[in-house]
Design a binder for this molecule. Structure first.
Ligand code: PXP
Length: 245
């Protein structure tokens, strides 16, 4: 069955807006688990704009499922990952000015650097994932440096409205997922997914795991986080039932 990792960064964004103690990303993570989430994702950004080091530590100790630590491919974060020992690290490109992660990693242009990070994380049992655009060459490069998985960026798909362009984006994601799985990579996806647009993504047979944050937290404002997570799981199941294999 397709797994859901709930990204709780946006809970921390709201807390940081007031510099207070609530809402608490750990409390949100526990509610997400109770609603059926398979894991929790946090992005510890270099500028610490939402998740703080203390959040990572508390969530690591407090959750019963798995922690996926999203981070930039920099020495400071590698050290934090080695200390924290999440089940999985997902490397993402990071720019200070961006509102959210804007695209996939350029794996091809920094193979040596990323290989150096993989060689430090994998021996201590941390699974190593790379966030990439639906680009076959980037996926091949991820395989070459020994990534366990790729997370395919669904950002452009989720922003596209025009039906033909949308179909093209979906086809790109399908081809990328097939290619990744064919190379022996586990295939995940995420960015901009909502209860509506997730169905077609969950229907792609090779996709095992989704990382979803903003829409879940946004809808939790109306209906509570548990209901928001449950509704998303239901939409994912609806998609997964459409799989042909
Ligand atoms: N995957 C990656 C690599 C991300 O950076 C993000 C955003 O933090 C997500 C998934 C989740 O995206 P969204 O918040 O749009 O659901």
């Amino acid at each position: 069955m397709i797994r859901l990792f709930v990204n709780v960064d946006h809970v921390a964004t709201l807390r940081q807006a007031r510099g207070t103690v609530e809402p608490d990303p750990l409390a949100a993570a526990l509610l997400a688990e109770r609603a059926g989430a398979d894991g929790i994702t946090v992005h510890l950004r270099e500028d610490r704009r939402h998740i703080q080091d203390r959040d990572v530590d508390r969530i690591r100790k407090g959750i019963k499922t798995q922690l996926n630590l999203e981070m930039a491919a920099v020495e400071e974060m590698v050290r934090i990952a080695l200390d924290t020992k999440p089940e999985q690290v997902s490397l993402v490109p990071e720019k200070r000015q961006e509102i959210t992660t804007e695209g996939g990693l350029n794996v091809r242009s920094q193979k040596e650097h990323l290989l150096g990070i993989a060689d430090r994380l994998k021996p201590v049992g941390i699974r190593f994932s790379l966030f990439v655009d639906p680009d076959l060459e980037q996926i091949e490069a991820a395989r070459q440096i020994g990534a366990d998985s790729v997370e395919i960026n669904t950002g452009i798909y989720t922003e596209t409205k025009e039906p033909e362009a949308l179909q093209r984006e979906l086809d790109k994601i399908r081809a990328a997922a097939r290619h990744g799985a064919g190379l022996g990579l586990r295939v995940f996806a995420g960015h901009g997914l909502t209860r509506e647009n997730v169905v077609a993504i969950a229907a792609i047979p090779e996709i095992e795991e989704l990382n979803i944050g903003h829409s879940l937290i946004a809808r939790a404002v109306y209906s509570g986080l548990e209901k928001s997570v449950k509704d998303m799981l239901q939409a994912m199941e609806q998609g997964a039932r459409m799989r042909k294999t």
